[in-house]
Unconditional design. Structure first.
Length: 247
């Protein structure tokens, strides 16, 4: 069964499929693959497994002790300096958990780590928050299109930001149309919006409107299922000082 990822949420997996996915991620990490999406999924699956008190004895000690893949990498390098012995070590340690989970067909309850009770809740949140995020984006676009305030063209240093903000506004509009039509937010649509936001954030790292940027980040990431990341980015944005402000 294919893994469905929506933001930081994993849905539609049986207990066995989730345990098998955890093993797959750890086996790949034995080769040094410990960044990106697998790192996020590992933490989600680890929290899910650790929440099952009756499974405590079946969970490998390195899963209990390694809160993220970088810490697992530090551990597994001490097992062997070669990939295959590391992989064998992981597979052997995972046998008990796989055996235990195989006898359960329950779908993993993702609300245990996301705080989102259902896909319907997430879509409802998107319908409410995407227009707010779009309004914040439009305000930033209007601000930067003013250029020097004398009716001239936008400043050269704002061209990349404007392109990213316009793309983000459009991408969120596409997501809203999906939701309004009763469809799920696709991974492709989500990635496009997040990519545009990343470009905008990079271009606006010295932005003089920290509160507007904060609202933008909070609205976008919460709408897409990243409430914790959105809060972190929002808090970071609000610490940006205006140009020329004394430190």
């Amino acid at each position: 069964m294919a893994l469905e990822v929506s933001g930081e949420e994993i849905v539609g997996l049986t207990n066995y499929e989730a345990a098998l996915q955890l093993q797959t991620i750890l086996v790949s990490a034995c080769e040094g693959k410990r960044d990106g999406e697998p790192a996020i999924i590992y933490q989600q699956l680890r929290r899910w497994a650790m929440a099952k008190a009756s499974w405590a004895s079946a969970i490998p000690s390195f899963v209990k002790g390694c809160h993220d893949l970088p810490s697992f990498w530090s551990y597994i390098r001490g097992v062997s300096d070669q990939w295959e012995p590391r992989r064998q070590h992981v597979r052997k340690a995972m046998e008990a958990l796989l055996h235990l989970s195989e006898h359960s067909s329950d779908v993993v309850n993702s609300s245990a780590w996301t705080g989102i009770k259902s896909a319907r809740d997430r879509l409802g949140g998107a319908q409410a928050l995407i227009p707010v995020a779009q309004a914040s984006i439009k305000a930033l676009i209007d601000h930067y299109e003013l250029g020097r305030g004398n009716g001239g063209p936008p400043l050269d240093e704002h061209k990349d930001a404007l392109e990213a903000l316009r793309g983000l506004h459009q991408a969120l509009g596409d997501i809203l149309r999906l939701v309004d039509g009763g469809h799920s937010i696709t991974a492709k649509a989500q990635k496009e919006a997040v990519d545009y936001l990343g470009r905008a954030a990079k271009a606006l790292k010295g932005d003089p409107l920290p509160f507007a940027v904060s609202a933008l980040c909070m609205g976008v990431f919460t709408a897409l299922g990243f409430p914790n990341v959105g809060g972190w980015l929002g808090a970071a944005a609000m610490t940006i000082r205006k140009s020329g402000e004394a430190v």
